[in-house]
Design a protein around this ligand. Structure first.
Ligand SMILES: *Cc1c(COP(=O)(O)O)cnc(C)c1O
Length: 383
């Protein structure tokens, strides 16, 4: 007889974890509870209210994400930035010091430089594990990383970051949006907290804004105390849409991984492409780290064109792949970081960050690989 596995597989967790079983009907799907008023006292003696982050459809997402990230608890928000800002504000006070990775999502970078520093939090930056460690001070409260990062897909060694945090007693946080819990589980590697923009792969269909924080139950309790004051909740309808997206997360990510690797390999051989940044390619500077801590390399890549002035031409000629800012959906998208996410930087800052004018970021969707290869091939051939 086969023994029962100790942990359900990721696909099973995606489909089943957290479902709000409805004894009234026996339905297979969580009902959508749209009420913003709930009678009290009730069975749990807790006032239920969506902005208290405890409504039924929010709890479904919380349980599913905790299971997927192998965390004790999780809490869903109305956007990735609501999750990130609430987490950081709940952990830091004026005078505290925090260390952030240099390659940050643009919105997080703005939050740190425009809001956090205004509130009197001192901030240092580091590009890699050694620089992050060097930036830590006696009163550092938080180390925050993104891996793989945008748009060069650099990866930091999560076990090294976790060990550093544990040794110095500093909380470690990762934005796991690009990897998803299917490809990377930072919490079993020792990282304390995972945040996500659920707008991207978790929902996966480019039609819901949401965010998640996952970690120890005591931390999530503290985050929730701040969250109900800051108010960035997700409503029941959107929670139900996100739950539906999450059921196919493992299946979608498997296809994103296959298409991402194959398209990266194709583009690496294309004469119009000078360079492909994809952690699954052996030539990527962080390939060894990525191979150690990731189960798949994901659907995000970037390419550098040999002739930067051909970027607009490429965007115009693509027929299937849409030039658009977001990522992580079923449809393939491209964007030009120098003109979008990194437009605020000076050309000099962009150069030192490795963001050239000829850099194009690709969010590889789940279409048929042959169609994607053909679209890039015909668009790159034009001139
Ligand atoms: C999009 C994104 C965010 C912000 O998420 P929103 O849902 O847009 O608020 C944060 N981190 C990363 C890596 C992202 O890609």
């Amino acid at each position: 007889m086969k023994t029962k596995p100790t942990r359900q597989g990721a696909s099973t967790v995606c489909v089943h974890a957290g479902t709000w079983l409805d004894p009234a009907t026996g339905g297979a799907c969580s009902p959508i509870y749209t009420s913003t008023a709930y009678a009290y006292p009730n069975a749990t003696h807790e006032n239920i209210y969506p902005r208290y982050f405890n409504a039924p459809n929010q709890q479904v997402i919380n349980r599913k994400l905790a299971a997927l990230e192998q965390a004790e608890a999780a809490i869903v928000f109305g956007s990735g930035m609501a999750a990130i800002s609430t987490l950081i504000l709940s952990c830091l006070k004026p005078g505290d010091h925090a260390v952030f990775q240099t390659d940050l999502y643009g919105g997080t970078h703005q939050f740190v430089t425009r809001e956090l520093q205004r509130l009197g939090v001192r901030v240092s930056w580091g590009a890699n594990t050694a620089e992050l460690e060097a930036a830590v001070l006696p009163d550092t409260r938080l180390i925050y990383v993104e891996s793989p990062s945008n748009p060069l897909l650099r990866c930091v060694d999560l076990e090294a970051i976790a060990a550093l945090g544990k040794r110095l007693g500093v909380m470690t946080v990762i934005d796991n949006t690009f990897a998803t819990p299917i490809n990377q589980n930072p919490i079993p590697l020792g990282i304390d907290v995972v945040v996500h923009s659920a707008t991207k792969y978790l929902n996966g269909h480019s039609d819901v804004n949401a965010g998640v924080v996952a970690g120890a139950a005591s931390l999530i309790d503290r985050v929730r105390e701040s969250a109900l004051n800051l108010g960035g909740m997700l409503d029941a309808q959107a929670c139900a849409q996100l739950e539906r997206g999450l059921k196919t997360l493992a299946l979608r990510v498997q296809r994103h991984n296959e298409n991402g690797l194959a398209l990266a390999q194709f583009l690496a051989t294309h004469p119009a492409v000078a360079r492909v940044n994809y952690p699954g390619l052996p030539g990527h500077p962080d390939h060894a780290v990525a191979a150690r801590q990731m189960r798949g390399f994901g659907g995000m890549l970037s390419i550098e064109l040999r002739e930067p002035n051909r970027v607009q031409d490429l965007l115009k000629r693509l027929r299937l792949v849409l030039p658009a800012l977001s990522l992580g959906g079923v449809e393939s998208l491209v964007c030009v970081p120098a003109r979008t996410s990194h437009r605020q930087m000076t050309p000099e800052q962009r150069r030192s960050a490795g963001i050239s004018d000829g850099l194009v970021r690709v969010s590889v969707g789940i279409e048929d690989l042959e169609d994607l290869v053909h679209d890039f091939d015909q668009a790159l051939a034009g001139g």
